[in-house]
Design a protein around this ligand. Sequence first.
Ligand SMILES: *[C@@H]1O[C@H](CO)[C@@H](O)[C@H](O)[C@H]1NC(C)=O
Ligand SMILES: *[C@@H]1O[C@H](CO)[C@@H](O)[C@H](O)[C@H]1NC(C)=O
Ligand SMILES: [Cu+2]
Length: 309
Amino acid sequence: MFKTTVIASLLSVATAHQNFHQFWVDGETPGYQAGIRMPPSNSPVTDITSDDIVCNVNGAKVPSGVDTIAAKEGSEIKVQWDQSSHPGPITHMLYGPVDDASQATGIGAGWFKIDELNYVDGKWANEIMEKDNMTHTFTLPKGLASGEYLLRSEMLALHAAQTVGGGQFYIGCAQLKITGTGSSDCSPKITLPGAYKEKDSNIYIPNFYNGFKADSYKAPGGEVATCGAGSGGSKPQPAPASSAQPSSSAAPQTNVSSSAALQTTVSSSAAPQTTRTSSAAPQTTLITKASSSAASAPTSAPEAVALYG
Ligand SMILES: *[C@@H]1O[C@H](CO)[C@@H](O)[C@H](O)[C@H]1NC(C)=O
Ligand SMILES: *[C@@H]1O[C@H](CO)[C@@H](O)[C@H](O)[C@H]1NC(C)=O
Ligand SMILES: [Cu+2]
């Protein structure tokens, strides 16, 4: 019994790692993995003090050949991630405006949260997204200053959060050129790395499988920012079709343990890989080709240990 469970969990873990690999701006997509700084693998970042917490592995090194995609303040952004059985929230932040998003590392001060989906009606964001083909939709705030920005999409997996350092941050950054009407700043702003601490109560959750009340959970990064205050600026609106509005229902607590550990959904990890051209020109076209060897890193034993150890 125990053995079977462990094997099942290893399989599940191996296929559960996830990447942000496509987005739509007002219904139009630049394409698969276009406009996104794809990380070298789909493994999570766990060291929240490293530069990798900003835009994933090699965070301090700006990749070349990633297009910067046009958007407007108020645009509806839909992101799509790989299938995930890891319980946790999804969060979006912007960094900017900067002169050239393709050259910005995003390391340091200047990030602000524009969207979060936590735990609603007994389901974590990853489960809610599953019903929408692993997509989540939100809007860019009104009152943004025109310019280029990094859009950071983060799925925080909490299945090992009962251990210090067990939180798994899956991160992808897109490059946007946003046309806006704002002149004033968005606030509050945060600094990455720095804003997250390993013992923050939304990252290290000792009782995650034992009495933790997920209904009041709020993802790291503070409050959703207000932009262009006093000049018609606003917080972004929840997605029209999403069930993102917290409900006041007194539904009984879902047993997160069983849904997290025994999730049997298996996703294909053999996603096509993207090869970037080596040119440093900002508008270099992506060349996508299918690859039989998926970018999935070997299963990490510590993860399984964290789950069952
Ligand atoms: C779900 O997303 C995948 C990958 O983008 C796509 O190929 C598929 O058609 C989508 N399915 C539906 C029902 O929209
Ligand atoms: C969830 O299930 C585990 C294992 O059966 C049990 O120990 C725990 O008390 C349950 N938690 C809740 C909130 O029901
Ligand atoms: Cu995983």
